[in-house]
Design a binder for this molecule. Structure first.
Ligand code: HEM
Ligand SMILES: *[C@@H]1O[C@H](CO)[C@@H](O)[C@H](O)[C@H]1NC(C)=O
Ligand SMILES: *[C@@H]1O[C@H](CO)[C@@H](O)[C@H](O)[C@H]1NC(C)=O
Length: 321
């Protein structure tokens, strides 16, 4: 009796396990094995291309992570950010936060070309961005996270939504909290996601006023940055967003504690306000930062995707079919 109960329970759990393996983990309508039959090698194509791009230029990992963020925060993760402007179409590339700033399009094009050769018309540009962001973080030493696929690509874009939804580097702590809250994120998740600034660079034009007008900046840090970012001119000169900008680590938070945040918005997280304690936690405990960052990235990657028969799978990420 006991053993037959055990055996039917065993059969039931085996059956459930098979279902789980068959359909994979799902999140909304996205799933881990979405391309299992239609493009089984797509993950390794993307990982290989990202690793090679990051090996030739470490900053590319940062640029690809940011592209996914700028995609997802503007009407969801739908590759709208990749559409080129044309004579009769205005996309997001020339919105204030993107213009002369976002990069990495050639890497996405290279991946798309390889995938179109293997599985024409199958893997969406939005899924490529999502996978490339994760692979970029891993390539620079950060945490991985589980990914799900099945996003489709938009046929539209919105320059005005890009201007209004992407946070400005001049933001106060309360406006950072509200721009992330508008997308469903808690203040804690905002602080974790800001840790993306542990990699990459920024232009003089976005941090100049901090160097010349603010008091909560480490004076030796300010002096060294001014050399490369004069009070006028040099707008496109780059400085690293933290002191170890080619490795994904927790240094960003320790830099904030020493008043070495590059952007005004960065330093807002450690300026005597409600985020200070979390910055200290991440600064002394990298594994807590990694765990929270990974969880928040999973959430960001799921922002209102197009699924089913909505949108399309572009064959060229820069234009609609
Ligand atoms: C919290 C609000 C945020 C603000 C105000 C902000 C603003 C900025 C600005 C102004 C730059 C430099 C742009 C330039 O110089 O042209 C930048 C770079 C960057 N941002 Fe953010 N950002 C924020 C959040 C995020 C998030 C959530 C992510 C990703 C999860 C992210 C990833 C990056 C990366 C990786 C770079 C460097 C890109 C490169 O080197 O190409 N940022 N951000
Ligand atoms: C936009 O212009 C292109 C040529 O540049 C043309 O092929 C296309 O039909 C136009 N689309 C619309 C909606 O007018
Ligand atoms: C300025 O930066 C240096 C080097 O990181 C650090 O030792 C010092 O404590 C910082 N000063 C302040 C006021 O945080």
């Amino acid at each position: 009796m006991a053993s037959s109960t055990f055996s039917s329970l065993f059969k039931l759990s085996t059956f459930i396990l098979c279902l789980w393996v068959l359909f994979g983990t799902t999140s909304g309508q996205l799933s881990a094995n979405f391309y299992a039959r239609t493009c089984p090698n797509f993950r390794s194509v993307i990982t290989r291309a990202v690793n090679s791009a990051v090996a030739s230029e470490a900053r590319m990992g940062a640029s690809l992570l940011r592209l996914h963020f700028h995609d997802c925060f503007v009407n969801g993760c739908d590759a709208s950010v990749l559409l080129d402007d044309t004579a009769n179409f205005t996309g997001e590339k020339n919105a204030g936060p993107n213009s002369n700033s976002i990069r990495g399009f050639n890497v996405i094009d290279t991946i798309k070309t390889q995938l179109e050769r293997q599985c024409p018309g199958v893997v969406s540009c939005a899924d490529i961005l999502s996978a490339a962001a994760r692979d970029s973080v891993v390539a620079l030493g950060g945490p991985g996270w589980s990914t799900v696929f099945g996003r489709r690509d938009s046929t539209t874009a919105s320059q005005s939504a890009a201007n209004s939804n992407l946070p400005s580097p001049a933001s106060s702590l309360s406006s950072l909290i509200s721009s992330f809250s508008n997308k469903g994120f808690t203040a804690n998740e905002m602080v974790a996601l800001s840790g993306a600034h542990t990699i990459g660079q920024a232009r003089c034009s976005v941090f100049r006023s901090r160097l010349y007008n603010e008091n909560n900046i480490n004076s030796s840090f300010a002096t060294s940055l001014r050399a490369n970012c004069p009070s006028s001119g040099g707008d496109n000169n780059l400085s690293p967003l933290d002191s170890t900008a080619t490795s994904f680590d927790n240094r960003y938070y320790n830099d904030l504690i020493s008043q070495r945040g590059l952007l005004h918005s960065d330093q807002e997280l450690s300026n005597g306000g409600s985020a200070d304690a979390q910055v200290r936690t991440y600064g002394s405990n990298p594994s807590v930062f990694f765990r929270d960052f990974a969880a928040a990235m999973v959430k960001m990657s799921n922002l209102s995707p197009l699924t089913g028969s909505s949108g399309q799978v572009r064959t060229n990420c820069r234009r609609t079919n």
